[in-house]
Design a protein. Structure first.
Length: 237
């Protein structure tokens, strides 16, 4: 409206006499001033619109990476005879990051340990990965929770409680099994600790005495090994 009035004034001035030159210039300056004001308002309006409707693209990676890369870890060790360090077997392990299942395979040459046919033997993870002084230097069952000895399927157990393994009719051991409590990584990690194969059967904490609640009365430590990382190239389950 102001612009219209100004234009009307300008027209009137142009059609009037030469002596109104000064008011004409004043009106032109006023017009220029109005135009500058309008330009400033347009700038402010554009800025406001940008704030209400940002021009940046919204994040496009929302919801992606739900299936993070699955990693698979392997471990292995060679079981050595407690009395002389002779290799008598091996333990192989595999664990996949998207499960809580630790896969184990234990193979023992029964003749080297004179295992009886179909005999049962306690098999545990002991605390220390030190077999420099035979298997006697591996400490007790790995037990970070400070609870009693039990079976692998008990709600509460030593992390190291893997129960019993059984020899076949020839006295050899070749068993594959899973455990869902012990792990290669995290707070229940057995890495760097020791497997111990015992001469007797583990009573899984049901023997009714202190030895049962501590270690299952599984008898002498026949063979052991220190758990270390492996490539998995010779993994067989
Ligand atoms: Cu043991
Ligand atoms: Zn135990």
């Amino acid at each position: 409206m102001q612009l219209l009035l100004a234009l009307l004034s300008l027209t009137a001035l142009i059609t009037s006499s030469y002596c109104v030159r000064i008011p004409l210039f004043a009106t032109l300056r006023h017009l220029q001033h109005e135009i500058d004001n309008l330009k400033a308002e347009v700038v402010v309006l554009r800025q406001t619109q940008d704030q209400c409707h940002p021009t940046e693209a919204p994040p496009t990676d929302v919801g992606k990476n739900k299936d993070a890369a699955v990693t698979v870890n392997f471990a292995s060790c060679r079981l050595t005879k407690s009395e002389n360090g002779e290799v008598v077997g091996r333990v192989d392990l595999r664990e996949q990051s998207d499960t809580n299942v630790l896969q184990l395979r234990l193979q023992v040459d029964g003749a080297k340990l004179t295992l009886a046919a179909n005999s049962k033997h306690g098999f545990h993870v002991h605390t220390y990965g030190n077999i420099s002084g035979s298997c006697s230097t591996t400490g007790g069952h790995y037990n970070p929770d400070g609870v009693d000895h039990a079976s692998p399927t008990s709600a509460q157990r030593h992390v190291g409680d893997l129960g019993n393994v059984q020899a076949d009719a020839s006295g050899n051991i070749d068993v594959s099994f899973n455990d869902t409590y012990a792990s290669l990584t995290g707070t229940k990690a057995i890495m760097g600790r020791a497997f111990v194969l015992h001469g007797g059967e583990d009573d899984i904490g049901l023997g009714g005495n202190a030895g049962s609640l501590a270690s299952g009365n599984a008898g002498p430590r026949l063979a052991c090994c220190v758990i270390g990382w492996a490539t998995g190239t010779d993994w067989v389950y």
